[in-house]
Design a protein. Structure first.
Length: 364
């Protein structure tokens, strides 16, 4: 498992929604077979291997002291309403599992826990008397001052009975990138540490079968791109597989087969702004998630649902509706608080912004 982020908090702004690729320099076509995840020649690698080192290797972006919160923000830091909504989801999951009469405590697993921001918010939002066993799954070291109840681990625990929650984790599971050549053949995109790119070998094997099923490129004009989501499917299947009972939720930038972006979504972020994706550890490297492919990956689930964050949070009581004006006269302080909360909720559920995030929910 890869450590993701638990929030952008402290950064200058929400990550933009990346569109097409940033160009880079092209050195023509090359390659001597399936290069996915293998070391390249002359400094060339597939994007999956290059991003893995840049994000999680020695000195990698997600292991830096300032953490992801120094560069960008997610829903976790946009408002405490998000953590409170997750707390309500945890309580509903507890009820579905029979409550304290059947389980003395409920498990909460935050995959890609960042510096523990979401776990801290959820624990603070839970009512007294609820026994919870929280886990933070992250490659970075345990952050100082984290609630002592939180077990910090590099891999998700198994036999979980409760809620597995992954907020903006899958978009940081590195993937290879494919691009069509002038003959319409999908080829791996290779990259140097400075971000320069070239086309490599034709996509083959399981990667080619994944593209055919989930993101067809063959025969399209030159320059069409796709991110090959097999590693994310496997990572999500493994996460769901840790559940002995309960709910697994992935929240992320997402797209589905009916509306794949024609030029991919690979992008970089640093210092609160979108930058050219360069796999040297200087920036986050991210790409939107084919959540429908992830949904099909687990071997057996009882129920699956794909919805937007706007829809999911509405079910959990998060609304951007303004408070009634009558409250301003009856209780001005309460009106101001309600108005501030409505503004935060509006950001979390906004169209064209955080509200368009995908929520994949699978029950075991």
């Amino acid at each position: 498992m890869h450590g993701g982020r638990g929030g952008h908090g402290g950064g200058p702004g929400e990550r933009a929604r990346p569109g097409g690729p940033d160009g880079g320099d092209r050195a023509g076509e090359a390659g001597d077979g399936d290069r996915a995840g293998k070391a390249g020649d002359g400094g060339w690698d597939g994007w999956r291997a290059a991003a893995e080192r840049a994000l999680y290797g020695p000195g990698g972006f997600y292991l830096r002291p300032e953490g992801p919160a120094g560069h960008f923000r997610t829903s976790v830091h946009a408002s405490p309403l998000f953590a409170r909504a997750v707390a309500r989801l945890l309580l509903r999951t507890y009820e579905d599992l029979g409550g304290p009469e059947r389980l003395p405590r409920i498990d909460l697993v935050d995959i890609g826990a960042g510096r523990g921001e979401l776990l801290t918010g959820v624990l603070a939002a839970l009512p007294d008397g609820v026994e919870v066993r929280p886990y933070g799954v992250e490659k970075a070291p345990r952050p100082p001052g984290l609630d002592r109840r939180v077990e910090w681990c590099a891999e998700p625990p198994r036999g979980v009975r409760g809620l597995v929650f992954a907020n903006e984790w899958l978009d940081n599971v590195p993937v290879d990138v494919a691009e069509t050549d002038p003959s319409g053949v999908p080829r791996y995109v290779e990259v140097r540490a400075d971000g320069g790119e070239r086309l490599g070998a034709p996509v083959a094997g399981a990667d080619a079968r994944w593209l055919e099923r989930w993101w067809p490129l063959a025969g399209l004009p030159a320059g069409h791109r796709a991110e090959i989501g097999r590693p994310r499917d496997a990572a999500w299947a493994a996460a769901v597989g840790t559940l002995a009972g309960g709910l697994a939720v992935a929240v992320d930038y997402a797209h589905t087969l009916a509306a794949r972006p024609p030029f991919g979504t690979l992008s970089g972020f640093a210092g609160g702004r979108e930058v050219r994706p360069v796999p040297d550890g200087s920036c986050d490297i991210t790409a939107h998630v084919a959540l429908d492919a992830c949904a099909a990956a687990p071997a057996a689930v009882a129920a699956t649902e794909l919805l937007t964050q706007r829809e999911a949070l509405a079910r959990l009581g998060v609304s951007g509706a303004r408070p009634p004006l009558a409250l301003a006269s009856a209780d001005p302080a309460a009106y101001v608080r309600a108005l501030a909360g409505a503004g935060e909720a509006a950001e979390l559920t906004s169209r064209g912004g955080l509200g368009d995030f995908g929520w994949l929910q699978q029950r075991v």
